[in-house]
Design a protein around this ligand. Structure first.
Ligand SMILES: [Zn+2]
Length: 271
């Protein structure tokens, strides 16, 4: 497990000489009035304490995430599956119209309880490039190629539904991808320590927590449904609310053995 930081500074931070002296490689992106400097650094890097101090001092942008080894993922009974490749906007390309035409609305303010009622539409057949999974903007949705479905069915993975995707240009089902939906929702299982920055919706009162970026998520074993291979958390996370997708060791092993791309896997500790 390694926590990686993506750090950004701007020209006014005057950081070039320091980074050059530390021999830290960075990318410089030109802007109309100046530039930004971006680089990735792990917390195990000997320069991290200095970079952390500089980032705080100069109010640099710091986006971080935890990357787990394959062994750590395969050691876990349950794993968070996070879509990592976004293939454009769903249709209609107007957020309000997309939500109204695609979901039965639960809470109009936060979207808790929204239930997808029709297949998601895309403007044209997606290009998976070299990915096996994809998602689309405005949603925490998961799509995959037919070869993924074939493998999941062959291995009798339980707990998902397959929905078609409609392509506007042909008004027919996509021949490239299908949507994978997770109808089963665990009971409340999130450990109190992982309930970060709780925020309750002012309309429905449903709490949501910050997306967990550091280390393992801890879930109470008794809250999970045992007989299936995938389910959603009871709890909601993130800026735009979503429920985390949880997959079994069996499911995660198939993804890793096939080297499927387009999702990020993060192991869970059961308590
Ligand atoms: Zn609400």
């Amino acid at each position: 497990m390694e926590v990686w930081h993506r750090i950004s500074f701007s020209k006014k931070d005057n950081i070039d000489d320091i980074l050059n002296s530390l021999k830290i490689e960075y990318k410089k992106n030109a802007l109309p009035r100046g530039y930004t400097i971006n680089f990735d650094i792990a917390e195990s890097d000997s320069h991290w304490p200095q970079i952390m101090a500089l980032t705080r001092e100069k109010n640099g942008f710091d986006w971080y995430n935890t990357i787990f080894t394959k062994e750590e993922i395969l050691d876990a009974e349950w794993v968070r599956l996070m879509p990592a490749f976004e293939g454009g906007y769903p249709q209609p390309k107007n957020y309000r119209k997309f939500i109204q035409s695609t979901y039965e609305i639960g809470c109009p303010r936060c979207g808790a309880g929204n239930r997808q009622k029709v297949p998601i539409r895309l403007v044209k057949e997606p290009n998976l490039v070299e990915h096996d999974f994809m998602s689309v903007f405005w949603t925490y949705s998961l799509f995959c190629g037919q070869h993924v479905l074939t493998e999941l069915q062959k291995n009798r993975i339980q707990g998902y539904e397959i929905w078609p995707v409609i392509v506007n240009s042909t008004n027919d089902h996509s021949k490239v991808i299908s949507q994978v939906l997770f109808p089963n929702i665990a009971q409340s299982a999130l450990s109190d320590d992982d309930k970060i920055d709780p925020e309750c919706c002012l309309t429905c009162g449903t709490p949501k927590y910050a997306y967990l970026r550091r280390g393992y998520m801890h879930l109470k074993r008794d809250g999970l449904i045992k007989e299936i291979d995938c389910q959603l958390t009871f709890e909601w996370f993130g800026g735009a609310r979503f429920r985390e997708i949880l997959i079994s060791h069996r499911f995660a092993k198939i993804i890793i053995e096939n080297n499927w791309q387009g999702v990020s896997l993060k192991p869970i500790k059961l308590i």
